[in-house]
Design a protein around this ligand. Structure first.
Ligand SMILES: O=C(CO)[C@H](O)[C@H](O)COP(=O)(O)O
Ligand SMILES: [Co+2]
Length: 226
């Protein structure tokens, strides 16, 4: 089933709780929190204090996308703040297995592995058995509002083949430039979790209507109900 994960990076931070309650009521499945350290990516965003503030505002799972050079320093803090899943980048981890084990075992949370558009999909294969979610970046990380990279469709298809063979329970999440014009192709290629920032919180029709619309489009492209 398709899941929509609105990214609060594009929300109005003065009205964050309100925005999140609005997308929750509209059927969003989880909330995506983009953490940037100004080092792994050329931008700064938010830390665990934002997760702590959001935790009482919603019952939705909070997933934390750690675009940081040293995720090890921050995992426990995000869990204490109320995170439900932690997504780390393969680019910064020579061997991600110990960290994935720590997240799933010691911390008891879902573990995701993210990778950039220029990393061969085959590099993720050895770790698919150890994760709950593979995050295929469909833009280079660092900023919201970028255009979806069309070559992502073939990468998602390749990842879907590997996931089906190795760990069919693993979710395939796409992140970056997901909107009404791109979500269908991503879903058709095999993605089942869709991060959307600008297309939700920047939508003319408002975040609730945008969430419902994206959900419908993803479900239709995947050939299932909403
Ligand atoms: O990880 C991210 C950026 O690095 C964001 O999750 C992503 O860009 C969402 O924003 P948009 O939907 O506006 O592209
Ligand atoms: Co993200």
């Amino acid at each position: 089933m398709a899941a929509i994960a609105p990214s609060i990076l594009s929300a109005d931070f003065a009205r964050l709780g309100e925005h999140v309650r609005e997308v929750e009521a509209a059927g969003a499945d989880r909330v995506h929190v983009d953490v940037m350290d100004g080092h792994f990516v050329p931008n700064l965003s938010m830390g665990a204090v934002v997760v702590k503030g959001l935790r009482p505002a919603t019952r939705l799972p909070l997933e934390v996308h750690l675009m940081v050079t040293d995720p090890d320093k921050f995992l426990d803090g995000f869990v204490k703040a109320g995170a439900d899943s932690l997504i780390v980048h393969l680019e910064v981890l020579p061997d991600p297995r110990p960290m994935l084990k720590h997240i799933r075992g010691t911390l008891g949370k879902k573990a995701g592995l993210a990778f950039n558009p220029d990393l061969p999909v085959s590099r993720v294969e050895p770790y698919l058995a150890d994760i709950d979610l593979a995050l295929c970046m469909t833009v280079f990380p660092g900023f919201g509002g970028q255009a979806y990279i069309p070559a992502s469709n073939d990468r998602i298809r390749e990842l879907r083949g590997l996931v089906n063979r190795i760990n069919p329970a693993c979710e395939i999440e796409v992140d970056g430039g997901i909107d009404a014009t791109t979500i269908g192709a991503a879903a058709g290629a095999g993605a089942n979790v869709f991060v959307a920032g600008t297309a939700v919180f920047g939508a003319k029709e408002g975040p609730a209507a945008a969430t419902r619309h994206l959900r419908e489009l993803a479900a239709r492209a995947a050939g299932g109900g909403a």
